[in-house]
Design a protein around this ligand. Structure first.
Ligand code: BJW
Length: 232
């Protein structure tokens, strides 16, 4: 059985990483839609850099939770047949033990040079306009996918969705495309679909099955169930 797992901000919520659209999901009173656009970066690069610099610095204060760890356990048991695609730009899946993680919206610990196009591993601030290690231009931006930009690796994601038997969506509101459309795409290609989310999302009715509760409880229980089914 081939499985595609999509994760969103809810999978990291119990680690202490704020979500975008829950009650406390604002940053200094801004909605994410106001800072996560190329236009916002052109208009107010300092504000946008600060938004990402703060989130990058906060990564060292949080740890993976049982949901991240359970998914890495599933990947280890299921070898090549689990494709984990995340909308999250944190590195909690990797620190939870996952080896292959597809970050469709980019990564906090990476910078993108607008001069030479290089992707550079980056652990510190960008707001003071450091030079690119490759071309020395002071054109580094957060290596993330903003509204109006094309998410990374869509061809690979679509290929995985077409061939999977089970599509599982964890901790995402279903408010942002193209990720919000994966459930219908996978179902149209024959996959069974399952949602694991704190409460009903915008996409709940599109899934064959939905379970509601915190990811730190739901995901380990689902992984245990699946692994028992296979071995039994
Ligand atoms: C828990 C929990 C717990 C809490 N346990 N659960 C009209 C129709 C269709 C599309 C569009 C449209 N108008 C514009 C568009 C396109 C646009 C879009 O979708 N806009 C919408 C606002 C409508 N999309 C784009 O522009 C995308 N690009 C694109 O479409 O290119 C064209 C193209 C695509 C494909 C091929 C070819 C061309 C790009 C979107 C980029 C989004 N970027 C951001 C910022 C990234 C960097 C950053 O992190 O700052 O990505 S926005 C933000 O939203 C971030 C997230 O990854 C993304 C999704 O959020 P997520 O993860 O769902 O979080 P929340 O907060 O919304 O939800 C959390 C959920 O967890 C909730 O349900 C809670 O209940 C739950 N939860 N605690 C379990 N403990």
């Amino acid at each position: 059985m081939r499985i595609v797992i999509l994760t969103g901000a809810g999978v990291s919520a119990e680690s202490g990483v704020p979500t975008f659209r829950d009650a406390d999901g604002l940053w200094e009173g801004h909605h994410v839609e106001d800072v996560a656009t190329p236009e916002a970066f052109e208009r107010q690069p300092g504000v946008v850099h600060r938004f990402y610099d703060e989130r990058r610095a906060a990564l060292s204060l949080v740890d993976p939770n049982p949901a991240h760890v359970a998914l890495s356990r599933l990947q280890a048991a299921w070898a090549d047949d689990v494709f984990l695609v995340t909308q999250n730009i944190d590195d909690l899946h990797e620190r939870g033990g996952s080896v292959h993680v597809h970050h469709m919206h980019g990564e906090l610990r990476s910078a993108l040079c607008r001069g030479c196009g290089d992707h550079v591993r980056w652990l510190t601030d960008l707001a003071d306009y450091p030079p690119c290690p490759g071309c020395h231009a002071t054109e580094l931006r957060p290596d993330v996918v903003w509204f109006g930009e094309i998410p990374y690796g869509m061809d690979l994601i679509q290929m995985q969705l077409q061939r999977c038997d089970l599509f599982v969506s964890i901790g995402t509101s279903g408010a942002v495309y193209p990720a919000a459309g994966f459930v219908q795409f996978a179902a149209a290609h024959g996959a069974r679909t399952l949602e694991l989310n704190l409460d009903r999302s915008e996409g709940t009715s599109l899934f064959d099955e939905a379970r509601h509760g915190p990811a730190g409880r739901l995901v380990p229980a689902w992984v245990d169930e699946l692994l028992a089914d296979i071995s039994g």
